[in-house]
Design a protein around this ligand. Sequence first.
Ligand code: SF4
Length: 753
Amino acid sequence: MKEIAIYGKGGIGKSMLASNISAALAVQGRKVLQIGCDPKHDSTRLLMHGQRITTVLDYIRDTAMLDQKPDDILFHGFAGTGCIEAGGPKPGVGCAGRGIITAFELLDRFHIKESYDTVLYDVLGDVVCGGFAVPIRREYANEIFIVTSGEYMSIYAANNILRGIANYDTDTPRIAGVIYNSRNVSGELERVRKFADAVSLPVFASVPRSEAFAECERENMTLIEASHQSPDSTADIFRDIAKRIIEGTPHYSASPLTDEELESLIMGTVFYENSEDATADKSSIDQAGQPAGASMLAPEPDVSSAAGSRKNAALADLLSKNVIRDEPLHGCAFNGAVCMSVHIRDAMVLMHSPKSCAYISWQTVSSTGRRALYERGTLLPSSLLPAMEATDMDESDMVFGGTDKLFDKVQEILARKDSPKALIVVSACPAGIIGDDIDRVKALSTPDRPVITVKADGNLSGDYLQGMLMAYTSLAEQIIDPAVKREPDTVNIVFEKVVIKNAESNFSVVRSFLDAMGIKVNCRFLYNTTYESVRRFCSADLNLLAYKDYTGNILERFFTEKYGSEFFDMQFPVGYEETEEWIRGIAEHFGKHEQAEKLISENSEKYFDRIKELRPVLSGKKLFIVTYNHELDWILRAALDCGMEIVKIGILNFSQDEGFRTSIPEAADIDVVEDYDPEQRVHDIEQLKPDIILGNYTTEKIEHKAIFDTIPMCPDVGFFSGLDLVERWSGLVETGTEGEWREDRKLFDKYYA
Ligand code: SF4
């Protein structure tokens, strides 16, 4: 089977040529199928005598898969030619290239081509993206013609098409030549010949500009058909093309020019890279039909480079480490953004995504809830039937664009009786790939039902953390009212980690301290919060970071720069000493010294009462620690207060944190090994014979009997974080369960269940 691709810039008469070639081939006895691959879908109009036929893509969109039949998209035109139009989206939406791929998949599924001996693809060559390049893939075209006029942009497109072909052709040449279609522009034949010579292709045929074409357009027929009634010499050109195609014609390889070579060849200009002289010699531009002085190829001056670099610097401040370091992505930005947005519990998250992406995010949100239920017997409101819906983008939306569907869905949600306080639209990869502008739906906002967008675009933007950052900043910018005045004795809590199991209990501890000092919490940004509390973010006189790590620091900088927010300089306190310092610091800011001292003294009493009870059991016990945690004062303080001996600390460094940090004076006497070799642990255990081994991971089988316990990466906050851990060892020592740590189930049943 002969499969011929005819590529050329849109609007230069390519479909007219293709239809006449098809007609001429059919008249000479070939069974011809013409497939129009241009969203304009008028390739076969002359063969069909003006009838606009159903396009494949419209058909796929409107017809259920099981109802689809080949006869619904295959039409029959002049001389029995088969006619198919791929179709495509409206300009400015969707992805026409993806449309070509989708249409070809259906044609292959129906085996339509098998009834023909010649297939002719009429393809738009302005953009040779992966979709429009499908016909030049090896499994399709085995002969390619490039149509061009003598206008510069037409030749530019022809050269781009050659580049596309060069990407696919490695061995067998497939290009039959250039078909020159005259536009009556001065000097154009010379330019086409120069171009053809430069890319080592023959000018296969020259089609003059003729009134006969306009006449045929009016009559809705090809020149070949019309010439049956009144012979025309131009029709003979197509008969000759058809004859040579049938007889077989030599093929050539693609040897495209660089942009500079093309400009120099066609415009006669000298290319000066980054030079003020770049527009110096453009004498032939007018002749080529371009405006004088306008270079199509010279690089545009970077007049905004200073602003650009500032923008990049600002952007870098809001990037996750994965994205900055170009590391493998952990999760996707869509998922991260959804999982944060859902924490505004009176809003609804509308995922502009396929079902599969929505399912993954729903699982992430609800599984956090299920785990909380299992471990703590509680369920976050955001995890209990999370307010999430999706537009369920499908193949049609990828082709035609998904914004219409998004508009419909947003309107439908806002019209509900129980519509949410706000609607947060988050975009997934497919929406980003086809360029759906989700911001347009903000126009549907009403004063009491705002529509907010997070253009996460899945992994196009980055990883889960990047999505979190995008949600934090986008939601803040669209919801926070900067005009809200600060209120006395009010704080926001910023950056509680949504996936850790002690987030809620840690908040309870912190709130109990704040309550005792008469300080109220306005907003938990973003954890189990409300739209109104986020809107009133600026009412907080002070902001308390739950975690002062990479992300916490980004958020602090963001809020400080954007809203002039004031942040307390400590994160949530872990252990006795930090908690004491944290409470005093807060009290200092709000003038709550009396309440703070009362709080500290009450807890100090409890702390030392408990230490008194533990000392007899733990005093003299040897503790060995190997950990990724680099701040251990909360454990060391409690262990030392109980009289334990810390025999060694092995610090495991990793990309996000390095170096052991302590403010406990007695720690100076402890053997601390930085960059500890995990292989050394078994040996150290045998040597040091610790009573308690503390780490983040279980160890190989060790003969030495000891209690093994793990250090949580996100410890409990408050006075008793270390003490609770130490108390657990005391329980194990007292019950003589050394060594039983290997039997997790037994321990779990005994102490947790
Ligand atoms: S990476 Fe893209 S396709 Fe995959 S779940 Fe995320 S948004 Fe969906």
